[in-house]
Design a protein around this ligand. Structure first.
Ligand code: ATP
Ligand code: MG
Length: 288
């Protein structure tokens, strides 16, 4: 049950069809998984406090997945308990007119987390190599200069993304990326629940079913994107997403380990302040 097993190698050898959508057979009961998640939530709460006080690193968590893979609920359950002031979530949908007037990294750059904060991207600039690759007609609204060469544009985008992430990493942003790997069958079941359960109706959109029709094209776009952009300074994790409690725990444990590796420390009081501590303490205690 090691989350590290899900890290996508950095050498381009990742094969999507070998990547599991469900957990191994010997996993604990749902009750135990939830208990373990609560423990991870508690660790994350403490780590985030220290990350904030230390104020040297930012943490960027990127979530990508097919519809109904559980991005929203994973973010909700994993971040439960973390101080909302130290955590920012942004969902990236179809770009606005203003956003289309800029290069494809611009809109997310303005939402990057500050030092001491955890920033979460629910979808991201990776859509530019996924939905746009499956629907290259979207490129025509992007006002790109010159002729667009569909043979080279995706590789240029991968390169831009690698350079961008490398720059962020070397300037203090810890980047962790999650691909929630849901099976086509499980997606169907979740869409059916969205139709059958009135409280979930609002989540159902007929375009989701239309996109499902492009499943294989999405999978090949995902496989290439994951291989081209999983690097030591910004690794991807392929999390099996058919079992939600298991997926949430794997994501939480991955984040805990990543923030622990930053080895944040609470800053020590400066000597020039510390010399006043005893006097201030006496003054406070003597107040009536
Ligand atoms: P939900 O789980 O609630 O359905 P969602 O993330 O799917 O959440 P939607 O509003 O349903 O949100 O869909 C957002 C849509 O925006 C997705 O289909 C996504 O592919 C699309 N999108 C995101 N970024 C881009 C982009 N750069 N260019 C074109 N489409 C994009
Ligand atoms: Mg959707």
């Amino acid at each position: 049950m090691k989350h590290n097993n899900y890290r996508i190698p950095f050498d381009g050898s990742f094969k999507l069809e070998k990547s599991p959508t469900g957990p191994a057979n010997d996993i604990p009961s749902d009750k135990k998984l939830k208990k373990l998640l609560a423990e991870a939530n508690d660790k994350l709460y403490k780590l985030q406090r220290c990350l904030y006080a230390h104020n040297r690193h930012a943490v960027l968590l990127v979530f990508q997945a097919m519809d109904a893979a559980g991005k929203d609920s994973t973010i909700r359950h994993v971040m439960r308990g973390v101080n909302p002031a130290g955590c920012q979530v942004f969902a990236f949908k179809q770009p606005s007119k203003e956003e289309l007037e800029h290069d494809f990294l611009w809109r997310s750059t303005t939402r990057l987390p500050e030092r001491g904060r955890i920033g979460i991207f629910n979808r991201s600039y990776y859509e530019e190599t996924l939905v746009v690759r499956v629907h290259p007609e979207y490129l025509s609204s992007q006002n790109l200069p010159g002729d667009v060469d569909l043979k080279t544009i995706w590789h240029k985008r991968f390169q831009s993304i690698r350079e961008h992430e490398s720059h962020l990493a070397s300037n203090g942003t810890k980047i962790i990326k999650f691909w929630l790997n849901v099976s086509k069958e499980e997606q169907k079941q979740r869409f059916l629940q969205r139709i059958d359960n009135p409280e979930k109706n609002w989540k159902f959109s007929k375009t989701d079913v239309k996109e499902r029709g492009h499943w294989n094209e999405y999978m090949s776009a995902y496989q290439e994107m994951l291989n081209e952009t999983s690097r030591a300074n910004a690794p991807w994790f392929a999390i099996p997403a058919d079992n939600k409690p298991y997926a949430r725990l794997m994501v939480a444990n991955t984040i805990v380990e990543a923030i622990e590796s930053l080895d944040c420390k609470y800053p020590e009081a400066l000597e020039e302040n510390r010399v006043h501590f005893d006097g201030m303490k006496q003054q406070l205690l003597l107040e009536d």
